[in-house]
Ligand binder design. Sequence first.
Ligand SMILES: Nc1ncnc2c1ncn2[C@@H]1O[C@H](COP(=O)(O)OP(=O)(O)O)[C@@H](O)[C@H]1O
Ligand SMILES: [Mg+2]
Length: 236
Amino acid sequence: MALLEVRNVTSGYGDLQILWGASLDLEEGRLTTLVGANGSGKTTLLRTIVGQIKPWDGQVIFQGKDVSKLPSYTKADMGLIMVPEGRQLFTDMTVQENLEMGATPKRARAHMKQNLEKVFDIFPRLKERADQKAGTMSGGEQQMLAVARGIMSEPTVLMIDELSLGLAPVLTLDLFMSLRRLIKEGITILLVEQNVRMALKVSDYAYVFQEGKVEMHGPSKEIENNEEVRRAYLGI
Ligand SMILES: Nc1ncnc2c1ncn2[C@@H]1O[C@H](COP(=O)(O)OP(=O)(O)O)[C@@H](O)[C@H]1O
Ligand SMILES: [Mg+2]
């Protein structure tokens, strides 16, 4: 059984349907990526999984339990955490204060000190900048901080929306590599990316999303070699 199962989820905004029967499995200890064109509904799917939007139909099953209808704070307490698109940091607060804001789920609150040490160990740059205002850091550093704040929530599953958006390629590669470290720490990751090439390089398993549902999935290596994917997303 997968750690997280999304089963035929439909959802949207008002009358506007965006998800048309989305299904995916997150296997424990695996870096899974969800790639697809802008506007295909990737963010909507993440928001539905964490409970910011309610599914109209279908199920989200986490650790064998149907969590489809639970509020987002309950899901966060259970370890379902999202790093939102566009970071949403508190730019006037320091790096450390931003990290402490991540420690809102119950279990994370009790371990804030240990988790802060862990985060500083994974991202030494953030330790150096602990007292600096978040808004004065570079785009790459801010994205690092957004991921680190997610770790402060003590995730079982960390879902990252558009890690590479707006970053220089070198920084992106560094950040992608740090995801492998998080996997080693026992965090299961779902990486949502428009940078299909890099996402397929760093991940173990991939889902290709199109118009609100999964079009294709498989080991990232296989997806990378798929003719259709190469033509549509890799420009080869
Ligand atoms: N709050 C919202 N209200 C209405 N429509 C929205 C809202 N958020 C996103 N959408 C629409 O849902 C569709 C999918 O968006 P999104 O899930 O952000 O896609 P992606 O993350 O793949 O780019 C888009 O057409 C977008 O305009
Ligand atoms: Mg998006």
